[in-house]
Design a protein around this ligand. Structure first.
Ligand code: SAH
Length: 245
């Protein structure tokens, strides 16, 4: 079993590289693929770059050239559900491409020729418990000062719909519009449903894990670089460690 790990933040890749052993690096198409052992398990980790095309290219490469059996994607996302706060985690269940619209040829969101308006992940109980055990012991990975700074106390873990599109969402109007179209939406980002489409087409199991970094509107801006470095990175590494062990 070889796990492909895709991160949407270079800093998350770096945090995994810090503990990756027997590393072999290959460069293809503006990306560096790091093969190695992470807690005695074979993995390949790569920064996807941003957006659906970038994520699709990375996923295809991992499947074809690196022969991974499974893909885990980690990254940050904007909250759509008003129940979610910074630091909460969404495990993708249904992955939508919210900017796909080929009406009148097909329904809104339907992926042409696949007859699907979303891709479903298969349940991954091991991943769910890896995520929950990370959040239950978060103080072991992130200092109290940092947790307080981002108002993270007891992060929630939810499973639900994730919306992907080639847009950074930062307005109340757009959030309301997306929720109206897809009421089950939990969060919005730019890659998950592209990874899902490629994995569906190649019949490879995949999981999408998103850490809420913002509220997808102009309220409560956070220090993004600091959040990535001191929070999101710790999540990615900690969750992967729990999953693999
Ligand atoms: N703004 C950040 C960069 C994040 S941009 C910075 O200044 O460093 C893009 C990444 O964030 C993508 O991986 C995307 O999936 C994710 N993302 C986080 N919040 C988002 C939002 N509100 N809308 C769309 N993508 C978001």
């Amino acid at each position: 079993m070889r796990i492909g790990v895709i991160s949407a933040m270079p800093e998350e890749v770096q945090s995994i590289l810090d503990v990756l052993k027997n590393v072999k690096i290959t460069k293809k198409g503006m990306r560096s693929y790091y093969e190695g052992t992470f807690y005695n398990k074979e993995i390949v980790v790569v920064f996807s770059r941003w957006g659906k095309v970038a994520a699709a290219v990375t996923t295809t490469q991992l499947i074809n050239d690196y022969k991974v059996d499974e893909i885990i994607f980690t990254g940050v996302a904007g909250a759509l559900s008003s129940d979610l706060n910074v630091g909460d985690i969404v495990i993708g269940e249904k992955l939508f491409q919210h900017d796909m619209d080929t009406r009148p040829l097909f329904d809104r969101f339907e992926i042409p020729l696949l007859g699907k308006t979303y891709f479903k992940t298969q349940q991954n109980v091991q991943l769910e418990s890896a995520v929950t055990s990370f959040t239950n012991t978060i103080e072991n990975s992130i200092s109290k000062v940092v947790l307080q700074e981002f108002k993270i106390s007891k992060p929630k873990v939810v499973q639900g719909s994730v919306l992907s599109g080639d847009q950074f969402i930062a307005s109340k109007e757009k959030v309301a519009e997306l929720l109206k179209a897809i009421p089950s939406a939990q969060c919005v980002e730019m890659e998950g449903a592209a990874v899902a489409q490629v994995c569906f087409e190649y019949e490879i199991p995949f999981s999408i894990v998103r850490i809420i970094s913002d509220s997808a509107n102009d309220e409560a801006p956070i220090d993004f670089p600091k959040f990535t470095k001191s929070v999101a990175c710790k999540y990615a590494k900690g969750i992967l460690k729990n999953y693999i062990k």
